[in-house]
Design a protein around this ligand. Sequence first.
Ligand code: AMP
Ligand code: GLY
Length: 420
Amino acid sequence: MIVGSGGREHAIAASVAKSPKVDKIYCAPGNAGIGQIAECVPIGAMEFEKLAQFALENEVGLVIVGMDDPLVGGLVDVLEAKGLRVFGPRKNAAILEGSKAFSKDLMKKYHIPTAAYETFDDAKKALSYLEGAKFPIVLKADGLALGKGVLICNTLEEAKEGVRTIMTDKKFGSAGNRMVIEEFLTGREVSVLSFVDGKTIRIMTSAQDHKRAQDGDQGLNTGGMGTFSPSPFYTKEVDEFCRKYIYQPTVDAMAKEGRPFCGVIFFGLMLTADGPKVLEYNARFGDPEAQVVLPRMKNDLVEVCEACVDGTLDQVDLVFEDNAAVCVVLASDGYPVSYEKGYVIHGLEKFDGADGYYCFHAGTKRTEDGYVTNGGRVLGVTAKGKDLKQARANAYAAAEWVDFGNKYMRHDIGKAIDEA
Ligand code: AMP
Ligand code: GLY
């Protein structure tokens, strides 16, 4: 059973479906696309007791939690208490994503490279700290805020306004009861996902996300408008540094703190002139990172997840295809602010039997008229290719196979690879 309803969960379901160990997949609550390969169950990701009851009644052998909210809220603990096998961190480990103050303090304590910072639980103190600060500066709401709780402020005025938005007006709710103010870093961003069993960590292939809504990285931050994998900026040298100073040290730090981490750690890295630094941790697969990383993974996903649950990940070697993948998100025009829904989606059948092409559903719904749009991010169109250039050409060709009333996409996903 997979918990979640986005393109990430569709990509997880598609990988799980390939496993010979699986004869039935449930997804709660799932979406219209996931419904093609799994039985969607109308239980929300935050309905812990109902999820547990359903899993017990249907003899679910493994639960994979895709989303951050239920992880941070303690779904894994609830399911484990009923004797279920669950892939994902417990509440005391998901805090790695759930509290930016926690993760920053952890990095400081264990000397894991990250931006310099201060934590505040009082707006007045934060405002007076800003008076002597260097700009631009980065403000982060402590808790989960749908990826929108980070403000990059160019001036003192903007930063003061930001503190008020987060701490006084509580735009991100209780996530803004505390905040982190940190140094602005420059460089290339890379997303690195990993499997962790509490002690051992295995690194997946790298990826890069495009968070801004418009071409040229302009416009508002979104959940992600597209990804490519691998990142040509993630060199062997960078990898060696991160393994030594970031990956294993993070896993060891969590274990030392009595918070052993089982599941996926997503390292959001900035490759700065002073070396790689951690921008953030997530306690789950990235979305849309999962939509380019999982299609390239040769391992049986279920076997890897079980090794994490059983603490035998040291016996697993991850293997990725020697190729590349690009994912272009097809969104509703106006996302992430306001947009219309309910447009009929044409052309989905072109993906049937198209080897190396995937159409992962995020915001879609099945109606009498067929599939219709039902969210800001509608579909993730992924294509593989022998290299990034080819994968990008393939993904943009496939992005034209589908159409709907207010279809919107970026046209420069993976363009950075031209500079590599
Ligand atoms: P986060 O949710 O912490 O990953 O932040 C969201 C985005 O804000 C990141 O993907 C970066 O693009 C940007 N960001 C976060 N922290 C910093 C920083 N210290 N310096 C520059 N950009 C940052
Ligand atoms: N794509 C970024 C995230 O999943 O948080």
